[in-house]
Design a binder for this molecule. Structure first.
Ligand SMILES: [Zn+2]
Length: 432
């Protein structure tokens, strides 16, 4: 027996007796694929909208509790938000899962895949830590109401991410890529117009039409748009606009999402839309309340973490090359603010057919299909590998930390939420 053979036999033997932590985690994931498939399907069937993620939240909490995680429930005053922790030593590495679905559209954003992949990753890493007596703490964050950009930013303000050494996230997509650019800051604002009811047929002039005010606001926003920066995105829906055509609507509400590249731009657009709302109220003899529901920032990209995620995503095939840049991607994210309190890295994994946009029935229907589940497993493996790299490689974690400290030096985090704003000041608090 020559030396090469004997040393490879030794490696093999060592591998059998005490496999490397990564191998333990990968083995756990491949053995538990049927379990994670069931989790993704169970979550897909639950599909609860913002702040109604009662079954989804309870489901994930119970799987984590069963695996020895300690759970803190209802964090930041959000009924379905939770933080699950395993371990007590440093470093502390977290992953954030989004819990909500789209009203009337089920899991048209694929968040069921995030919950299952994140669960798989932390359970696999837990197995590796326990089996190999590694130091480190794993966190799983359950963040509600992402679709209305409403849960994460309140969790960040509460400080639940402050003690992390790094935070990871992923989102299903039509492509596989590491996120190397920032996205858009945004505001969620409601304009509530108050008028006066009257018979719409023979005494309309005695009423004050709140729906007309909303319509006037829409027209003036559409003509103001061309003055705004090209990457600004302004979307709206009519939340209420009267009850019956024979009564002059006494109350009408338009809900706007205002997105632009940073807080300065979003603040300017919001101020302009608010003054257009005043104009619309004046013209129609109504009054208007401006209700800011939530506000988020653009995010910081940690290049060291992005490069690590790229390396780990490349362990499976088919990744776009990593590219950094200043031009923001047209996405907002309510946990983006976490990137200003801890190093944060994220990636997308192809789980949907190329060319099919998210927030569609096509996505909702295929979010528990075989291609989606394949993407979910890939995300889970990438997360688990990255967790272990950060836990095992102190020098790497130090580089991640240093980059974060350079980027945030002299810029202590300030929440973009209005001072003292409670999450349910302008929304009914869900009762569960
Ligand atoms: Zn989403």
């Amino acid at each position: 027996m020559n030396r090469i053979v004997s040393s490879s036999l030794l490696t093999l033997f060592a591998g059998l007796v005490e496999p490397a932590p990564r191998e333990t985690a990968m083995t756990w994931l491949s053995e538990n694929e049927p379990y994670l498939t069931r989790v993704a399907t169970d979550l897909w069937e639950r599909a609860e909208p913002a702040h109604e993620e009662v079954l989804t939240s309870a489901y994930l909490q119970s799987e984590l509790r069963r695996a020895g995680f300690e759970i803190e429930r209802e964090v930041a005053g959000l009924p379905t938000a939770f933080v699950a922790t395993y371990g007590s030593s440093r470093p502390i590495i977290g992953v954030v899962a989004l819990l909500d679905a789209l009203p009337g559209l089920g899991h048209g954003c694929g968040h069921n895949l995030i919950g299952a992949a994140d669960l798989g990753a932390v359970l696999a890493v837990r197995e590796a830590l326990a089996r190999h007596s590694l130091e480190g703490t794993i966190r799983f964050y359950g963040a509600p109401a992402e679709e209305i950009y409403h849960g994460g930013v309140y969790m960040v303000r509460e400080g639940v991410f402050d003690d992390l050494d790094a935070l990871l996230f992923w989102h299903p997509s039509a492509v596989t890529t590491v996120i190397g650019r920032s996205g858009l800051a945004m505001d969620s604002v409601r304009f509530v117009f108050h008028g006066r009811a009257s018979d719409a047929t023979d005494a309309a002039e005695r009423g004050r039409n709140a729906l007309h005010a909303v319509e006037a606001l829409s027209l003036s926003v559409d003509s103001a748009r061309i003055r705004w920066p090209p990457n600004a995105v302004v979307n709206r829906v009519l939340l209420e606009g009267g009850t019956i055509p024979s009564v002059v609507p006494e109350r009408a509400t338009a809900w706007y999402f205002l997105h632009a590249r940073d807080r300065v731009q979003v603040d300017a657009i919001r101020a302009e839309v608010a003054s257009l709302a005043d104009g619309a109220a004046e013209k129609t003899g109504t009054s208007v309340d401006v209700q800011i529901l939530s506000s988020t920032r653009d995010w910081l990209v940690n290049r060291t973490l992005a490069e690590l995620l790229q390396k780990n995503l490349e362990a499976d095939e088919g990744v776009l090359p990593l590219s950094f840049g200043d031009e923001p991607i047209p996405i907002s994210d309510d946990t983006a603010d976490a990137s200003w309190v801890t190093p944060r890295g994220g990636f997308l994994v192809a789980a949907f057919p190329a060319g099919a946009p998210s927030h569609t029935r096509e996505w909702a229907e295929s979010a528990a299909g075989s291609f989606a589940l394949k993407g979910m497993m890939r995300a889970s493996r990438t997360l688990a590998r990255t967790f272990l790299d950060l836990i095992e490689d102190e020098d790497l974690l130090l580089l991640v930390r240093r980059e974060f400290e350079r980027a945030t030096a002299g810029k202590p985090y300030e929440s973009p939420l209005p001072e003292g704003r409670g999450p349910f000041d302008h929304m009914p608090r869900p009762r569960h």
